[in-house]
Ligand binder design. Structure first.
Ligand code: P1T
Length: 382
């Protein structure tokens, strides 16, 4: 199946009892047994629920995996991956990642004896240099949140596996979505999503996803999902399944609008720099072109006026772009990483990589591009 068919049919079946085209919302916690342990494949909804199973099969199909898992949030999905590790193990992560991921790594898991090293993933060599005999996981986010840095997934995975095949490589594919890149095809072990974003696509749910293609790893992740319990509920599973059916259509427009916004901002006299992997001056444009089918709908930029006030003036004056956390829904959002999504990263760390007061992040939605550009124009003129 081609990808545009997979979003609608991949891993999905009509419901057996009635032929219902969409899976029913099985709003139940438990299932009747005819004798202890004798059931119809479901016994308790923390272990499995038919609506969630339908979504998890679709998740696996989207990323060309064999197994998918739906969690109560993106962070719960990351938490599940980290729980495969043991005290003393080391993780190498990119130096620009979602603030909540960084917070979980440093404020939660360091306490349990995991060690995290942050490197600039622009260069494969930086990753390889950081590997020790304790390294068990490479955590890649590409494009990164919020600086839109690109890591070469295939090159990094090849180099890591050449050094030690036991090291797992995981990719947070939230910004790209499987419409733009499918990391399992490039050799990685685990794909993770905040399905809250583009997979759900309508800003109406919070959810996480993991996709894998190794049966043993799938068993381990399923055990943690079941034993720790951070599962997606049936209603949210239904909404996510409905959302992914239009992923390809939405992404096509997100990409068109994202590129138009990036090009507009690049020419604007008040803008110092635009961060978008589809611009030829992006340091990793060639890698992005090789690895991604298009460049997505996330655009960050820095104003020439470096003061926080200049950023706030812009953020308070957009009308169609709603000032809000999150991204990836049909509506355009604008955010201020320093005070919002990346507030939990210490200032010195933020400034080192360029998350400054004047950095603004746009999640470019699927509205008419003329209205979006007019909104940016009027807000920049304040
Ligand atoms: O919010 P949650 O579903 O738990 O997902 C966390 C997460 C993980 N990875 C990436 C790349 C993310 O962007 C996020 C969530 N990000 C935001 C809420 C945000 O506005 O950036």
């Amino acid at each position: 199946m081609k990808f545009n068919t997979k979003t609608i049919h991949g891993g999905q079946q009509h419901e057996e009892a009635t032929g219902s085209v969409m899976p029913p919302i099985f709003q139940t916690s438990t299932y009747a047994q005819s004798s202890p342990g004798v059931n119809k494949g479901y016994e308790y909804s923390r272990a499995a629920n038919p609506t969630r199973t339908a979504l998890e099969k679709a998740f696996a199909s989207l990323e060309n995996g064999t197994h998918g898992f739906a969690f109560s949030s993106g962070l719960a999905a990351i938490d599940c991956v980290l729980r495969t590790l043991n005290s003393g193990d080391e993780v190498i992560a990119g130096d620009d990642i979602y603030g909540g991921t960084y917070r979980m790594f440093t404020n939660m898991f360091e306490k349990y004896g995991l060690k995290f090293r942050y490197v600039d993933m622009n260069e494969v060599g930086n990753v390889i240099k950081a590997i020790s005999d304790k390294t068990k996981l490479i955590w890649l986010e590409t494009p990164t949140n919020p600086l839109m840095k690109i890591a070469d997934i295939e090159e990094i995975t090849k180099a890591v596996k050449a050094k030690n095949t036991d090291i797992l490589v995981a990719v947070d594919n939230t910004f790209a979505t499987p419409y733009l890149q499918r990391p399992l095809d490039l050799g990685v072990d685990i794909v993770m999503h905040s399905a809250t974003k583009y997979l759900g696509g309508h800003s109406d749910l919070v959810m996480g996803a993991l996709m894998v293609k190794d049966a043993q790893l799938a068993e381990e992740l399923h055990f943690i999902q079941f034993a720790a319990g951070a599962i997606a509920g049936p209603m949210d599973s239904f909404l996510a399944l409905r959302g992914i059916k239009t992923l390809h259509l939405r992404m096509q427009r997100h990409c068109e609008n994202g590129k138009a916004v990036a090009e507009y901002l690049e020419e604007h006299p008040k803008v110092e720099r635009v961060f978008y992997p589809g611009l030829k001056n992006h340091p990793n444009y060639e890698v992005a072109k090789k690895q991604m089918n298009d460049f997505g709908g996330m655009v960050s930029f820095r104003l020439k006026d470096q003061s926080k006030q200049a950023a706030l003036t812009f953020l308070e004056n957009t009308k169609i772009f709603t000032l809000a956390e999150s991204l990836g829904g049909v509506e355009s959002l604008v955010s201020h990483p320093v005070t919002m999504t990346h507030a939990s990263i210490p200032e010195a760390e933020r400034l080192k990589i360029g998350i400054t007061d004047s950095l603004i992040r746009l999640s470019v939605g699927v509205e008419d591009i003329d209205d979006l550009l007019a909104d940016l124009e009027q807000a920049l003129s304040k």
